[in-house]
Write a protein that binds this ligand. Sequence first.
Ligand code: SF4
Length: 300
Amino acid sequence: MVQDRLIEWYRWEARDLPWRRTRDPYWILVSEVMLQQTQAERVIPYYERFLARFPTIESLARASVAEVISLWGGLGYNRRAVYLWRAAREVIERYGGRIPKDRRELQRLPGVGRYTAGAVVCFAFREPVAFWDTNIARVLTRIFLGPEARPSCRELEKLAESVLPRDRAYEWNQALMELGARVCLARRPRCGDCPVRELCRSVGTTGEHRRRSERFTGSRRYYRGRIVAVLRRRWGGMRLEELGRALREDYTPAHREWLEQLVGDLAREGLVEVAEDRGDYMVRLPGSGEGGQGAETGRR
Ligand code: SF4
């Protein structure tokens, strides 16, 4: 049976990852948010540093967003840090500091989607729930449906549910992730090393073809990350023109509209604050201005 083989393999082969040594729902929530779109090995030092500074949900909720973003720096997708901070505050305000056990309740928290809620419920509270992200979806599809299958979200939902061993949900879900990260890779699956190769409908598949990667340097995502990185070094913020020149050497007034749009988007997402300042705008990380939290004066 696929489940027995995979779980057995996981017991012997699993990487010793720090979030696998805890059942604290807050620590697991932090790990799951950090792991969104980021590989485990890269997450580890950030995870450890983050929890050393914010060991409890209360400590995170008390911090300023600027401090949280600063500590997050380098991990990318800074929006996740803001959502995590907002989620911490909501857990304190609405649930008295206890992360809810109910998946639907969890999904109401900022930045917590169906996958993350499922992972927290399963890994922290040991509930037998099925959930999937891109990696789990790929593994399940290959094993149970075949290399050409393109299941819809609903079909994946049903598949994940139907193959879940309810008495070993934790190990099964971890094992699927482990296999997806190390053996059943998107582009070059290592079927020869796979513990379920005799049972898999896609054994021998050549994997997904490489898409032409988008140029990152110079993209909107690149500059969004740069803005946050520059502001992290300038506690208290900087004026918009100054920020533009810090971002790109070729900055001219013609770039102003482009910069305002970028900053406006970041302000709407809660990653920066914008305040009027003597005919220009002052941009800073939320809570990094004089007087702590600062006013929510972003351009909307
Ligand atoms: S046999 Fe190959 S395609 Fe099937 S699960 Fe293993 S690595 Fe993936």
